[in-house]
Design a protein around this ligand. Sequence first.
Ligand code: PHE
Length: 457
Amino acid sequence: MSHQRDSFVTKFGIVAAVAGSAIGLGNIWKYPYMVGANGGSAFILVYILAVIFFGYPLACSELALGRKLRMNTVDAFHALGKNKFWKFVGFLPLITMLLITSYYVMITGWVAWYFLISIGGQIREVPATTLPADFYKNLFSQMTASIPIVLTTSTVLLILVALVNARGIKKGIETCSKIMMPILFVLIIILIGYSVTLPGFGKACAYMCKPDFTAIKPSVIVAAIGQTFLSLSLAMGILTTYGSYIDKSQDIRSISKQMVIMDTTIAILAGFAIFPAVFTYGLEPGMGPGLIFMSLPQVFLKMAGGALFAPAFFALVLLAAFTSLISLFELLATYLIEKFRISRYMACAWGVAILFFGLLLCTISQRPDSNILVFGSKTVLDIFDYFTNNITLPITGMLICILVGFRWKTENLEKELAIGAKKTASLIEQRTFDILIKWIAPPIIFVLMVVWIYSAS
Ligand code: PHE
């Protein structure tokens, strides 16, 4: 590489950036309703197992791979795999990223809009003649129907993200994550502090913890694995990209551990921040993606201090989504810089242009009267989410394990992980890693995919 690669500087900055990538809409918008839809604590249990057995080893592998090769994801796969097949596989993360970012930026745009109307107070202006439930349903569909609103907020966000990335890894991404992540933690703690005082807290605990083991079906396990990948930003080359900017003096195992713990904690805490209020005011917890846009505002309307709780909540979601978008964007930026040998500014400008198209497609299809509905009533968002969560993420995750385990070899992974490590991993830990990456994760993911495809057809 002819140009000098920028890099992260401090461990705190790296952890903030990777945790910033991991903690996002997946934790606050998606995880709580996935728990609700998939058997409560049974799902949490499967999820935690998936995090330990697939998430953590894969996070270490991706970061180590990036640091070793110091290149963008597409080239990294090709460099290790050394043939056309792996070159093709290298494009999978890029495609997944383009699909996910298209809808991710749109939903973040919705959140930004809700943040603005909760600051401005319009979110509370329910006419006396209308039921709050109807009012919020209307508010949401009016927003999604309004292309100017969604496109403006989402595009402004996309440009802000590009501006952060254009400043580079150290000055842009690291600085921004170091400021935003601590604010996010403070906000969620304040929100939970309030939620524990609500009468619905006990019910929320029961809901989050009530086990229903009959609910553990292959589809639930596939969903939990997909959710693990999405939530930890895995199987998308994000961590390979971030890893390529991490110095040899850093301990990758420790960074991965901290990130995995923070991400899982925030996902579970988000449930505890949201559900007590939902139960206190007798709303339906399993209502799916609309939960934070249609149910929660009704809660904010009724609760004491709701005028403050609402903007704080949407600020939390906005911050979480913003730092995730930065990492998604960086995957594309690094690729464009290295592939076309253009400047970072130029790459970011192209990044905005490319992603704008995906955003436009999602925004138009989300309109209630849209005719870009594929397969009956599904929107582009539904399709992109379903396709990435259930297909491309698990497949790419499995292929990364095979690439690392058999092409790069786990001995080399261990060597890379030992660089910068404060203490060397015990033999048992090394052996477990080896077995997990080579012999457990790939076949399990494969079998689950087959069972899932079979049962879905
Ligand atoms: N991990 C993010 C979340 O939980 C989603 C994401 C995936 C972000 C991949 C960046 C890259 O919302």
